[in-house]
Structure formats: C-alpha cells, structure tokens
Design a protein around this ligand. Structure first.
Ligand code: 16G
Ligand code: ZN
Length: 530
C-alpha cells in the first residue's frame, strides 16, 4: 500500500464538494459537469482495480448521452464490452461519495473484499464525447489511473459503442476485431458492403438517408466513416455540431419524447430520416407522409424489422437456433402481438435499462433486444455463429450457402457489445435494401397502438415498488388494484407506473385503442399515483 500516499495527494487536487452524494445509476454517474471532477478521478482508480481484478482492459467513457450539454457523466465498461457488473456499482457509489479523509478506507475495503493483488498489471481504455467539459474530465480519469501507476490508452473522441467495441477487441486477442476506431470502420463497412452487394435493385440507385447527429460525437464519427462505405449509401448530415448545441431541440431522445422531427429540418414527404443521441448508442427513424403526418419508427419497429429478417434467413438455412426478442414494459403492445402471433417469435420483458435486456438476451442462440427509445442490438452465441460458419463453408446448396453468408455479414455488422446508432443504422439500411423495402413498407408491418407517457412528481418515488419486469406494482398497497380498474374501462388498454432510475419522478405509461383514450387513461392513472 505504498502508493496510497500518492493516491491521496493527487486526490486533493480533485476535491469532492463537501456533502455531495451521487449514485452509480442505470447509466453510470450523471449530473452537472462542474460536480464531477472528483468522480472522474475516483473512477480512474476504480477502473484500475477492476482491471487488476479481471486481468483485462477496462473502459471508462466520459459522456452524459442525451442529457443537456452542461451535464456530464461516466460509465465503466467491463472486459467483454458490457456494462460494469452490478456488484461493483456499489463500490463506484461508495468511492464517489467518500469524503477526502474516508477515501483510503473505502479503497482498502474494496481491495480486501475483492482480494485484489496490487502487483497485477492493469490497463484502462478512455473515451469521451464532444461536450466542452469532457476533455478536462477525461484528464481527471487519467490522473486517477496514473496515481495507481497503471497503463492507459486515451482514445479521445469516440462514440460510447466504439469504446465498448474497442474494450471487447482488446480482451479477445483481436477475435472480435482490431481495437481501434479504424478497425471498427473496416469491420462494419466491409460487412455492410458485402450485404448491400447482394440486393437485387442496387443498380444506379444509390441509397439516400438523412441523419440528425444531435450535434454530437455520432455526427463526427459518421463523417469519418463515410469514405469506407464505398458510396453504397449517401448520407445527408444535419445537426453535425458545426453550429447547434448538443442534444438541443434535436437527437433521438427529443424526437422520441416530443414525437416530432428535430427543430429546423425540413422533411419532404416520404423522405427517410433518423436521429442519433448525444453519444450515438441510440437511434430512431421517422418520416412525414403525404399529408404531413409524422411517423416514428422506434426501437420496437427496429427490433421487429431485424428479427423478421433473421428469422427468414434461419428458415432458409434450416438450423434449429433459438431466437427471442427482449423488450421492456414500454414496448408498444402491437409490436409484442405481431412478434408473438404473426412471426411466432418468443418475446420476453425485462426491466428498463440496457444491462437487464442484454443479460436476458444472452440466454438465447440469437437474442434481439431493443428499448422503445432506440437502444438495442443483437447477441449471437458463439456456438450459433460456429454452426452458421460451418454451414457457409460446407454447404453445397447455393441458396443455403448464400443465406448463411448473409447471416455472417450481419453478425459482423452488428455491434454485439452494446446498442450502437451507426451499426444499427447500417443494419437497418442493409435489410431495407435486401428486402426492397422503403421506410413506409417497413412502417406498415404493424400499426402502433396510441400511447402516452407522463411524469408525476411525488414526495418520495421510492414508495412505489414494482414486480413482473415493472409491469405491476406491489407497493403502495391498493395502487395496482386501482390501475387494474381504470384499465378495464378501455379497449386494447394497458398501463403501468414505475419510479424513474434517472430522475426524481414517477413515470406513467398508458396505451389504448385511440389517442384520446390513451391520454385519458394516462391522466387517470397519474392521479391514482398521488
Ligand atoms: C438510462 C438507460 C436507458 C433507460 C433509461 C430509463 C442505459 C445505458 N441507459 O438512460 O436504457 O431507458 O435510463 O430512464 O442503460 P428512467 O429510469 O428515467 O425511465
Ligand atoms: Zn446514449
């Protein structure tokens, strides 16, 4: 423990505001950027400990995703590119909240509980988004890492999913790809180019897509990637960060919540558009129809498109692989019904938050997971991938061989570590090309049930406890019965309430046969919450 003195000395240059309490929540730490310097330093320390414990490279991403530009945040990335395991979230919270004189005790406690050998080497991969505060905060992370005498690699400006990809590559001896941003572009673009080559109607018609980059890192990285895409797709970039403010009146969260296009963009009828969020791990699609009506294609529509396409390929290659779709309670009832009843795909519901969906999706040969807000990806088990690869190599039947190769390219195009706006966008564009779909034909697969989301401010949101993947409440007593009674008064109706994991509010969701009824039900349920 000789190094403790250096750790503590350096810590006093990253002073914790007295009394400030934060929690490592669903999306790591998130708050106003000016309150985060000490948190970053300490997450640098924690990343080193996690790296020693797992004997792997650990990632630290500085971002506050879709939140305002003035905010910032930090997330740790585990060895396979997943979110930090839940047991360590507690350590993160304890470290962030320790006063200067308690820091040593908290660190020693983690080292002892986890039996960490300080001699073990460590390595940390650091990335950040385009927020003005991110550069200094990333330096605070580096200070933490170097205070423990550890190695690091600063990847600078990267999207969140790029850092997850890099961490996974670092820890799998290159089997997942080359651990650089160029490696990411090469892997995805060659998979994309392979896929669209096989579309019937490519000819001279180049694909056009308008992209709202939320004035963030996604815009920057998409621009870098364009030259790799062999002009198979032409991207018109809006909100590329040259003028507007990050996430301000634009981006995936704005479009999903407001149910309208980003401000200031003109959408021609039928023109396909998509929006990234501030760290490019979410995407939603939309278009205006001929009478100017706005149509949103959210995570549920994306999950349906991707799982339908995969199911069709699986039928062609005739392998018995278990595929399932994982959603949350927010998934539109129409999407669940379509998947289960028409596509005959099993659907599971997980608690809100990527780690819960990811975890559930790992149980299947092929697990497709998406949150309605546009965060999601596909997980393919190693054995499933091997079976498909074997078939692609050995199969004599041309049709089967082609389908197996298509699946392999799809697997390469998908960022399996985490939801990825750029990767998801290319997956969607490739599928649309291969199926000869426009955004309208995709949208017509099923019709969303009208729905409404509301926030309710209550004295203490923790009085609400949920069960059944947040679809029912168990506390306070009587609330669920009230909701059940209200829901009974409407057709095709469903409603649930849950305490937010990121804001001090209770969220209410309702859907029903008409918008008026969905609005009314949401309103009635929010009154029952008080
Ligand atoms: C976080 C989650 C997101 C979830 C949202 C719910 C990650 C990376 N992000 O942003 O998936 O939809 O929280 O927020 O897990 P809420 O609890 O306030 O509704
Ligand atoms: Zn995000």
């Amino acid at each position: 423990l000789m190094k403790m003195e250096a750790v503590l000395n350096c810590s006093s240059q990253h002073e914790k505001p007295c009394g400030l309490i934060l929690q490592y929540g669903t999306a790591g730490f998130r708050t106003k950027a000016e309150h985060l310097d000490h948190v970053m330093y300490r997450m640098g320390l924690l990343a080193v400990l996690r790296s020693k414990k797992t004997k792997s490279v650990i990632g630290v991403m500085v971002t506050a995703s879709h939140n305002p530009e003035e905010d910032n945040g930090v997330k740790l990335v585990d060895p396979m590119g997943e979110m930090l395991v839940q047991e360590w979230e507690v350590y993160a919270t304890d470290l962030a909240n320790a006063e200067q004189n308690e820091l040593q005790a908290v660190l020693t406690d983690i080292i002892q509980k986890e039996c960490i050998s300080l001699q073990q080497e460590a390595s940390v991969a650091i990335g950040r988004d385009t927020r003005p505060s991110s550069e200094n905060l990333a330096h605070a992370v580096i200070d933490g890492v170097t205070a423990l005498n550890s190695k690091y690699h600063d990847y600078g400006l990267v999207t969140t999913p790029q850092l997850h990809y890099i961490v996974c590559c670092c820890n799998t001896e290159g089997r997942y790809g080359t651990p650089t941003v160029e490696g990411y572009y090469n892997k995805l673009s060659s998979a994309f180019n392979n896929l669209v080559k096989q579309a019937h109607d490519q000819g001279d018609k180049k694909k056009c897509l308008s992209v709202d980059g939320a004035n963030g890192i996604g815009a920057l990285k998409l621009k870098e990637m364009e030259e790799y895409l062999q002009s198979a797709i032409s991207v018109q970039l809006y909100n590329d960060g040259s003028r507007g403010k990050l996430n301000h009146l634009c981006g995936a969260d704005y479009v999903k919540v407001q149910q309208k296009p980003p401000q200031g963009v003109e959408i021609k009828p039928g023109e396909p558009f998509c929006s990234f969020d501030g760290d490019a791990d979410r995407i939603v699609y939309y278009y205006n129809d001929s009478v100017g009506l706005f149509h949103l294609l959210d995570g549920d529509k994306i999950a349906t498109l991707i799982s339908t396409f995969i199911k069709e390929l699986l039928l062609k290659i005739d392998l018995t692989l278990k595929m399932a779709v994982v959603q949350t309670a927010y998934a539109n009832g129409s999407s669940t019904r379509y998947l289960e009843e028409v596509m005959k795909v099993p659907v599971y519901c997980a608690k809100t938050g990527v780690k819960h969906l990811h975890h559930k999706a790992q149980e299947f040969d092929i697990g497709v997971y998406f949150e309605a807000n546009g965060h999601g990806t596909v997980l393919i088990s190693k054995t499933a991938e091997e079976q498909i690869r074997h078939l692609a190599n050995m199969e004599q039947n041309d049709e089967k061989k082609k389908a197996a190769n298509m699946l392999l390219s799809l697997i390469d195009l998908i960022n399996q570590t985490v939801g990825d706006a750029i990767s998801d966008m290319l997956v969607i564009e490739a599928i649309l090309s291969l199926k000869g779909f426009t955004v309208q034909t995709w949208d017509a697969i099923y019709t969303d049930l009208p729905n409404r989301q509301l926030k309710v401010k209550v004295a203490d949101r923790k009085v609400i406890e949920t069960t059944d993947a947040e679809r029912r409440t168990v506390k306070p007593p009587g609330l669920q019965e009230k909701i059940d009674d209200l829901v009974k008064n409407y057709n095709m109706s469903r409603s649930f309430v849950r305490p937010s994991g990121t804001e001090d509010v209770v969220r209410v969701y309702a859907e029903a046969d008409t918008q008026e009824n969905a609005d009314r039900l949401a309103h009635e349920v929010s009154l029952a919450v008080f």
